[in-house]
Design a protein around this ligand. Structure first.
Ligand SMILES: [Fe+2]
Length: 417
């Protein structure tokens, strides 16, 4: 049996945990644990840290590959796999069942290579495999098959148009479905071709991903010229580049527009990458970018049935500062209610971004044909259309949405198989 020593280290009052050399030091407790060298383990030794005063204890773990990581004792208790329900996988551990100041009675490496922690407070011991600890080093995000690097684009970057995917393959082949999902997330926009049938056919494709997002326009919607429209989309007018439903607390994620008929004069489709335009603004006019990212503005949709409002910024950033969402729909911006001290700065920034949406370099224009469906991230890609002449024919798109969370869930489930 190989002997592995576990040491308690005292956190230096001015900073990081201070490992204690073998042999210990005055006031430093010392455990000696045993491991079975025949058991595969990445763990070579474990050092235990405590904090002064109570409540800031941590455990330093060294792995056999030479790496080390420091774990919070409270985090270890809260994350211990034994604290999760064996069937549902949900956390069953009650965080307030343990004291604020944790006291570790013993740390031990078992013969099977697992780390065992026994506590002074009443409750079971905690067990962790070396692999689990290595995979969950502090600050390490969980592996995620839904993460796809965005490829920002201008029109010139897509000389053959948006990437195209075959409807039958998506419907019948999980690998083709995954390839489509990855491509649509990467570029924010793809075209599905050879859809057989009318509205339900494209909805079946969207349902391959997940639940449809229902809104005040219904679970699906018909983009046609209506006699009594409650939305500019339901006219024959041109639509400037926009994202849908910016008045919603969370605008719909992915949008699917299936072309049923498009034989009227005009009616061409236009798309642009909102992330690419926002990045250009960030590089060329950082003050305008910051203003759009920090200033919440009112958006509103109302008709005879509803009055839906929210205050949100045009550009939303994630925790790392990366561009996460664009909300841009001039038709739905309510009366701006900013104080006089900031209103002109906001208009300057908003107009700078709006000018980018009019720049042909960003605008990908094409004409949708019957049997084709555009699929795009409504919180990234701006879409619009040219006016059409309803006296010369029909233009009919059948639409629906699937939220980002459903989309990402499908990618993870496909990755499991
Ligand atoms: Fe729209």
């Amino acid at each position: 049996m190989k002997t592995v020593e576990i040491y308690i280290a005292v956190r230096a009052s001015e900073g990081r945990p201070r490992p204690v050399a073998p042999g210990g030091a005055p006031g430093v407790a010392r455990f000696v644990c045993k491991t079975n060298p025949s058991e595969p383990s990445t763990m070579a030794s474990v050092r235990l840290s405590s904090a002064q005063p109570a409540g800031t204890q941590s455990l330093a773990i060294a792995f056999s590959d030479g790496s080390e990581a420091v774990y919070s004792l409270m985090w270890l208790l809260d994350s211990c796999p034994e604290g999760f329900h064996p069937q549902t996988g949900e956390r069953a551990f009650d965080l307030l069942s343990v004291p604020d100041a944790l006291l570790l009675r013993c740390a031990d490496i078992l013969s099977d290579g697992r780390l065992e922690l026994q506590w002074e407070h009443e409750g079971p011991a905690s067990h962790f495999s070396a692999d689990w600890l290595a995979a969950h080093r502090p600050g390490t995000p969980r592996a995620d098959a839904a993460i796809v690097t965005h490829r920002y684009w201008r029109a010139a970057d897509l000389p053959d148009g948006a990437p195209r995917h075959d409807a039958r393959a998506i419907l019948n082949d999980d690998a083709a479905l995954m390839a489509w999902l990855v491509d649509t997330k990467k570029h924010g926009l793809t075209i599905v071709h050879d859809i057989e049938g009318k509205g339900e056919a494209s909805m079946a494709i969207a349902r391959r991903i997940g639940f449809l997002r229902e809104t005040n326009f219904g679970q699906t919607f018909e983009v046609i010229n209506k006699a009594d429209p409650n939305n500019l989309a339901y006219t024959s007018l041109a639509l400037a580049l926009h994202t849908d439903l910016t008045n919603q607390e969370t605008p719909p994620g992915y949008q699917f527009l299936h072309c049923i008929t498009n034989d009227a004069e005009g009616g061409g489709s236009v798309f642009a990458d909102g992330f690419a335009m926002a990045q250009v603004l960030r590089d060329s006019d950082p003050q305008a970018f910051e203003t759009l990212a920090r200033t919440r503005i009112p958006c509103r949709f109302f008709d005879r049935e509803c009055d839906i409002r929210t205050h949100q910024p045009v550009i939303t950033l994630d925790a790392t500062g990366a561009i996460q969402e664009i909300r841009f729909n001039a038709h739905l911006v309510d009366i701006i209610d900013l104080p006089i001290a900031s209103v002109d700065a906001w208009y300057r920034a908003y107009r700078a971004f709006m000018r980018l949406t009019r720049d042909p370099a960003f605008r990908l224009s094409f004409r949708m044909a019957a049997g084709e469906m555009t699929a795009f991230d409504n919180r990234r890609i701006l879409h619009g259309r040219e006016a059409f002449n309803p006296a010369t024919g029909n233009r009919h798109l059948h639409g629906c949405y699937v939220d980002r969370v459903e989309y990402d869930s499908r990618m993870r489930m496909l990755d499991r198989t």
